[in-house]
Design a binder for this molecule. Sequence first.
Ligand code: HEM
Length: 328
Amino acid sequence: MTSAAAPDLADFPFPLTGDAYRYTANLQPGGQRQETAAGAWGENITRVGPDYADLIAERARILRADPGRVITDPALRAAEWDTVRYLMRRMAAEYPAGFRYTETGGVARWANYLLGLATDFTPGDPRTLPCGPLEFIGRQVVEDLVLLDEREGHLWADAGLVTFASGWSFPFVVGSSFQEIHGPVPRANADGVFARAEAFLLRLPLGQAYRRVNWAFQPLRVLDHSMDAAASWMPEAARFLATATEADIAEHVHLRVELQHLIRLETSGAVLFLIDTRFLSLAGLARVPAWAARVMAVLTDLPDDIAEYKGLRDLRPLIIDCLRRRTE
Ligand code: HEM
């Protein structure tokens, strides 16, 4: 399977590591290669793939329609500049053919060859960029960005640029604490998952990156699956499910995986939360029998409250049935 796999399978971060799934912090160091049944992923922290230009264009379209998806806070200005520097350095190191970053005598030089951009600017001086620093870099990465400030021994999501949220609203969440944000997640609060995760993040040494993967299923491949855009995707999904054939289900129902990185930024000490969103259709899953088998096992075992929270009540039997037919 490895060498013959199509690119979307070969580097897909398949998230399920056992036949049963419960909420855990599932944190591991960033930048580590992870083998899968179809290839490997994880050596880079940023992602620049064949869909880079499309994702950048989709983000620009969403920001034109709803500029409120970028939210900044004067208290996090230093963290915004840390984010610019961290991501530009990282992209230049991980994709040298696409990007270049140098800094000499207080002046930074950034080239994004993929978008045809070349800029000189002075880190720390917002007058040297065409827009705020977080927006400037956010429009050139495919990941959603959230900045968390440490205050009173807790983390607060006070700034960010989020266009591809899955079932939540960044403008609604902004200003909330890590614990408040995770209030709706069933079981995990009672199990102490979020208290332990927050304590871990508060102890993270400066400059270090950790990662976790999260997953869901969607009836249609919609990147902006936020509550802000629900008036568009919710009725569309209901119409689809009312008439979908087995072939439609296989083609359009997707596993949505979020590869999330948490980075303690060097100078400000803020936590940068990066979310890279990937999709794989059920037809694609069925091409890797080990993945299809694992999804069927996990969905069969999944307790109802977790399935309900993940929006799987109607989809679960359709997914299991489709994968079973295609792998039998
Ligand atoms: C160690 C760090 C983290 C852990 C262990 C964690 C864990 C989780 C888990 C288990 C869920 C439920 C997901 C599902 O069933 O699909 C969730 C949801 C969510 N997480 Fe996190 N998360 C972390 C960091 C963050 C950060 C930094 C943010 C910042 C914005 C965030 C925002 C959210 C949001 C908005 C949801 C959806 C909540 C809702 O239903 O309204 N997470 N997280």
